[in-house]
Design a protein around this ligand. Structure first.
Ligand code: ADP
Ligand code: ZN
Ligand code: ZN
Length: 748
């Protein structure tokens, strides 16, 4: 019998009958209802009840080595911590291709992928070392020639004391020379699980590594001394050369242990090609795997397989890569650890950064968290001595831009309705004269956030959401950025028939248009979710900027992250003030990080004659957040925010979870959250504290109403004990309301 976690959003594990004993971690296919689904064996338990009642395991994907106990523990932990079914975590962790194909197809693809990686070279697995001599016995000298070429000592060979045979690898043509059916025999042994792809020979590192600057040197040395678990925070300003530290840290680990695997997490798919290039240039020949949601399913399987087989020495990916199977994981690196995209915002709402730290502790290996603006949780852990701190305060080349705050109060150009004030206009004019690039960002795509009728006050609103329809001028549409609803711009006001509908507010399209009028000679490009909707288009846009074919780049926060622009010397934020006064307590932290990131795109090559600048057009130039930004004072900003959080009893000084519930019928939803609130009050026993249900910040999306209940405790243990009870009780409630618990929520 086997206990199996199945690929279905159901709670609890299922038992199946099995003729042979299946190792925990085996990937199987099992019947569920009228379907056959993928599953992972959790335990081979003695039959607790009559095994004849059980349905049998349909197939075993025995070409795959079983998933390791550490991987199973990771999934169990994440499922428990985030209050989600194990099967759902499994579905997030395993490539879709694996989940959807039968054992034969998996075997073929697994072997084909291994062959490609190995360049057809094979070596013995541990199992092969043990089982192959038994199988061969004293028969068949020809087969023994193959086995000895793979490093097994023939039974009648004189044992040399203290001399275990060196592991050796063999390719197909080598095998054919030793045995007429050599290639076929290798294939058979491979299918038995006795062989695996031999790692490609270690290519030499490029002879001349760039000389480290003093701060990098100190960081690298500190990491060199790190053995076993420890969290190091690499707090380095933008352009300080954090990537070089990652590369050296990886190199140390890879050189120390020939099997070691390094996991590198990066927040954005857009940034993976850049990071990938730096790693593959530095480590040519070291198998690199990439894991992110932009890969085709079959391709993702191949990369996942390389990691699972232990062949991929470096695995680079976005948040889902933290769930990869990495049997020889020896170092984890989380780049831009503060980035909000590490938190999954649907299904299993895990934090990849937090799971990376958990995995490091589990494997007793170091983890490196890099950022110019660490999250307040991380900073708090540094301040309280739990995490180590490695600081890099200067740029590797070039200087950090000067920050200038431009008051938008009495500016004539802004009053006349333009997107930029006089000071910004002058600054851009100067840069254009010097042939330097400018980057302008604002957090709204589209043309105008709303279309309005000045006669009656009508505003374009989504029929399905509590949100405005955004006016997109390029195709004359009104679009909802929440549910995707799209309609043509009405010819006249639907309420009063007025013909003078006006765009209100500004999005990236409108800013681009206004800039084109202000700077007719300039080449202006725009990158946002609209222009980047087709594959490769954002990359093409960035390539144009790198090639110097663009003078002014307008975009959303997409353009502020990670890129190593060489010719940008001016970055401007257009009215980012909304982040100062949001209902979301994390908004200031996000705003600060975003502005620092944006500033980080300027002056990276020191080529500017005017000096690099970051300009913030704001109505609140005196605000402490902007003042700290101007001083380049992340630590000061963080202290102030942490003091504020402490006063308010907010994370990291407390622990939170959010019950999110939704239903198309509002009364039914309200009834559910009321019951959920009552249950919380009964079960909480004072700790944690449950707040009354409130509508979510977007109370209706795509016709579905949304409510939430916040629970908060000063003790993590108390919160989690409560959540388990609460979840069980909520599962008993009827009414068809969709709900989920979001642990450590980052969006409200
Ligand atoms: P960060 O990730 O900290 O923002 P990067 O790693 O992108 O910074 O490095 C910024 C730039 O500095 C890159 O162009 C990189 O090649 C360069 N750089 C890094 N380290 C050094 C060094 N020791 N000497 C010279 N240039 C360096
Ligand atoms: Zn009207
Ligand atoms: Zn909508």
């Amino acid at each position: 019998m086997a206990r199996v976690a199945v690929d279905a959003p159901i709670w609890g594990e299922l038992d199946y009958a099995s003729e042979s004993t299946l190792a925990p971690g085996s990937v199987v296919r099992v019947p569920l209802g009228r379907h056959v689904v993928c599953g992972v064996v959790l335990a081979a338990e003695p039959p607790a009840h009559d095994a004849r009642e059980l349905r049998p395991v349909a197939q075993v994907c025995d070409a795959l080595p079983p998933l390791g106990p550490d991987w199973l523990d990771l999934l169990r932990f994440a499922a428990g911590y985030y209050q989600r079914p194990l099967g759902e975590l499994m579905a997030a962790a395993l490539p879709g291709w694996l989940r959807e194909h039968d054992a034969d197809a998996v075997r073929r693809r697994w072997l084909a992928a291994a062959e490609r990686r190995a360049g057809l070279r094979w070596e013995l697995t541990e199992r092969g070392r043990q089982e192959l001599p038994l199988r061969l016995g004293r028969r068949s000298a020809a087969l023994w020639r193959l086995a000895s070429a793979l490093g097994l000592a023939a039974p009648d060979a004189e044992p040399v004391p203290g001399n275990t045979p060196a592991p050796t690898s063999l390719d197909e043509s080598g095998a054919r020379r030793l045995h007429p059916r050599g290639a076929a025999v290798l294939r058979e042994w491979l299918e038995q699980g006795w062989l695996r792809a031999a790692p490609p020979p270690c290519a030499p590192l490029p002879a001349a590594l760039p000389a480290l600057h003093e701060e990098q040197h100190q960081a690298v040395q500190a990491l060199e001394g790190q053995r076993g678990f420890g969290v190091q925070v690499l707090f380095g300003v933008t352009g300080s050369g954090k990537t070089e530290v990652y590369l050296r840290a990886a190199q140390q680990v890879l050189e120390r242990d020939e099997h070691a695997q390094v996991l590198v997490l990066t927040p954005e798919i857009n940034l993976t090609p850049q990071l990938l290039r730096r790693f593959s240039e530095r480590f040519p020949g070291q198998a690199l795997a990439v894991l992110h949601s932009g890969l085709a399913e079959a391709e993702r399987f191949d990369h996942w397989a390389a990691a699972h087989a232990g062949d991929a020495r470096i695995v680079l990916g976005t948040r889902l890569a933290v769930l990869a199977s990495l049997p020889h994981l020896a170092l984890l690196i989380v780049d831009e650890e503060h980035d909000a995209s590490y938190k999954q915002q649907e299904g299993a709402r895990y934090s990849a950064r937090d799971l990376a730290v958990w995995r490091a502790r589990q494997r007793d290996v170091p983890v490196l968290l890099g950022s110019a603006t660490p999250s307040l949780e991380t900073w708090h852990a540094v301040r309280s001595g739990r995490y180590g701190l490695l600081t890099m305060a200067r740029r590797a080349s070039g200087a950090l831009p000067q920050v200038r705050l431009l008051p938008s109060g009495h500016d004539p150009l802004l009053r006349a309705g333009g997107p930029i004030g006089q000071a910004l206009f002058d600054a851009i004019t100067q840069r254009l004269q010097q042939r330097e690039q400018c980057l302008l960002f604002l957090n709204r795509r589209g043309y105008a956030p709303v279309l309005s009728c000045p006669d009656c006050g009508w505003m374009s609103e989504c029929p399905h959401c509590d949100a405005h329809l955004v006016y997109h001028r390029t195709d004359g549409s009104l679009r909802c950025h929440h549910c995707g609803h799209r309609q043509a711009v009405p010819r006249a006001c639907p309420d009063c028939g007025g013909l003078d509908l006006q765009p209100v507010g500004r999005g990236t399209q409108r800013v681009q248009e206004a800039l084109a009028a202000l700077f007719p000679q300039a080449r202006i490009a725009r990158i946002d979710a609209d222009t980047a909707s087709r594959k490769g288009q954002a990359e093409a846009g960035f390539a144009q900027v790198h090639a110097g074919e663009v003078d002014i780049l307008v975009g959303t926060q997409m353009i502020t992250k990670g890129h190593d622009f060489q010719r940008v010397s001016l970055v401007a934020a257009l009215n980012p003030d909304a982040g100062l006064f949001s209902h979301d307590p994390r908004a200031p932290e996000r705003l600060f990080a975003q502005l620092v990131q944006a500033a980080g795109r300027a002056g990276r090559a020191d080529a500017s004659t005017l000096g690099a600048e970051m300009l913030v057009q704001t109505a609140y130039p005196e605000h402490p957040l902007y003042q700290a930004l101007q001083r380049g004072d992340y630590a000061g900003f963080a202290e102030r925010e942490l003091a504020e959080r402490k006063r308010a009893g907010m994370p990291p000084f407390s622990f939170q979870a959010l019950l999110r519930a939704e239903h198309a019928k509002e009364p039914r939803l309200l009834e559910f959250v009321e019951q959920a609130g009552e249950l919380a009050a009964q079960l909480a026993d004072g700790e944690p504290r449950a707040y009354p249900p409130v509508p979510s910040s977007l109370a209706r999306v795509a016709g579905v109403h949304r409510q939430q209940i916040l629970v908060e405790s000063s003790r993590r243990g108390a919160l989690h004990a409560f959540l388990a009870r609460w979840r069980a009780a909520l599962q008993e409630l009827r009414g068809g309301v969709r709900w989920a618990i979001d642990v450590d929520p980052t969006e409200f």
